[in-house]
Design a binder for this molecule. Structure first.
Ligand code: SF4
Length: 372
């Protein structure tokens, strides 16, 4: 680990007790450590687990009035520094100014890691956009996560986009040719009732043939962000558990490139937590709206994309994030979160929650030692 990472890690660790106080007593009000920016509701896919694309293709006007580049730039200046940032959609590369949005937010918030999930349908826009971001990014690590929910025709069927499996391979090949040490090529599989029976074949393909630097598996989730409330997408719990076990056994052997040891330790804890939740649904002390939040395409700020407590709209605060974050609506949302235990397994949120929990941190440390 580099000396600068150690210094930054120590600074982060020193803030953790203050976040405990923030969550427990409501003060001091601290800025978030990590944020996600859902930059568009535009999408060109008809995935079986998500209705963003269906909604947009039915009525493209749903994407009218999304935050403009200048608004992101102004907003980011009022946030302060962040540890990690996710930019998602919809399909983020459907925004022509997406690289400029990433750079504007990164320049103001100086994150250690940026994560960009993509459906990898728009090969030229994706590779060109990533090239443009890297040219102006500085030392930040950029993780591009391509979605892969099946092998061959199966992927195209689950994602509702003919030719998507081929474009995933092409995107990965072309990104690899960029040969930039800051670029981490990731893959992401959502296990749902539509592919759980073929999960092991997907893992074998990704780890054995696609060979990304990083590979993440999530269970299909109902989220307001996906407009999929009321849909039946979850895999059978026993099959989901077996799929996670199969994934852990394989990825332990394969995932050694691109993913720092401490990230692997957090991930391993995350998967064990997902399994525990399948077994007994104990829930978590959630730090959404304390240590993380999500900025939605039209300016609302949510606790996260699953709970979706609304903390306010940045346009009502003249793009001053701190005014919103210190406002009454945000405080009210925090009271609600404080009084509940949450059951979402959104990985971004799970990592922030893990960082804030001494019990989880000690388990992560144990996994870090064992992974040496
Ligand atoms: S999962 Fe991604 S690609 Fe699929 S419809 Fe939703 S936003 Fe679009």
């Amino acid at each position: 680990m580099k000396r600068s990472d150690l210094v930054r890690g120590a600074a982060l660790a020193s803030k953790i007790p203050m976040y405990w106080a923030f969550r427990r007593y409501g003060h001091p009000v601290l800025s978030p450590l990590a944020m996600s920016f859902v930059v568009t509701d535009k999408c060109n896919s008809l995935c079986k687990t998500c209705n963003i694309g269906r909604r947009y293709l039915d009525d493209p006007s749903v994407a009218n009035g999304e935050l403009a580049l200048e608004e992101y730039a102004a907003l980011a200046k009022s946030i302060g520094s962040l540890e990690w940032v996710t930019f998602s959609g919809g399909e983020p590369f459907m925004r022509q100014d997406f690289p400029d949005v990433v750079v504007a937010v990164a320049e103001a918030t100086r994150p250690r890691v940026i994560n960009v999930p993509t459906n990898a349908t728009l090969v030229r826009a994706t590779v060109g956009g990533i090239t443009k971001i890297l040219e102006r990014l500085g030392p930040t690590r950029l993780v591009v996560n391509v979605s892969l929910d099946g092998v061959g025709q199966d992927h195209d069927e689950v994602r509702g986009f003919r030719g998507n499996f081929a474009s995933v391979g092409k995107t990965v090949d072309e990104l690899r040719r960029l040969s930039d040490p800051r670029l981490v090529i990731g893959a992401n599989t959502v296990i749902s009732r539509f592919n759980v029976e073929r999960a092991e074949g997907i893992f074998d393909f990704v780890l054995g043939e696609l060979r990304p630097d990083s590979y993440v598996v999530e269970l299909a989730q109902i989220r307001p962000e996906y407009f999929n409330q009321g849909e039946s997408i979850a895999p059978d719990p026993a099959r989901a558990r077996a799929a996670i076990d199969a994934f852990l056994a394989r990825s332990r052997r394969a995932e050694r490139r691109g993913v720092p040891r401490w990230v692997r330790a957090f991930r391993s804890e995350y998967y064990h937590d997902v399994k525990r939740e399948l077994d007994e649904a104990r829930g978590h002390r959630c730090f959404s709206a304390f240590a993380t939040c999500s900025v939605m395409p039209h300016g609302e700020v949510w606790s996260n994309t699953q709970r979706a407590d609304v903390l306010g709209d940045v346009r009502d605060f003249s793009l001053d994030f701190q005014a919103l974050w210190h406002g009454a609506k945000a405080a009210h949302a925090r009271e609600r979160i404080r009084s509940e235990r949450c059951h979402c397994e959104t990985s971004n949120v799970a990592y922030s929650n893990a960082l804030m929990s001494p019990a989880v941190l000690s388990r992560v440390f144990g996994r870090w030692v064992l992974d040496a």
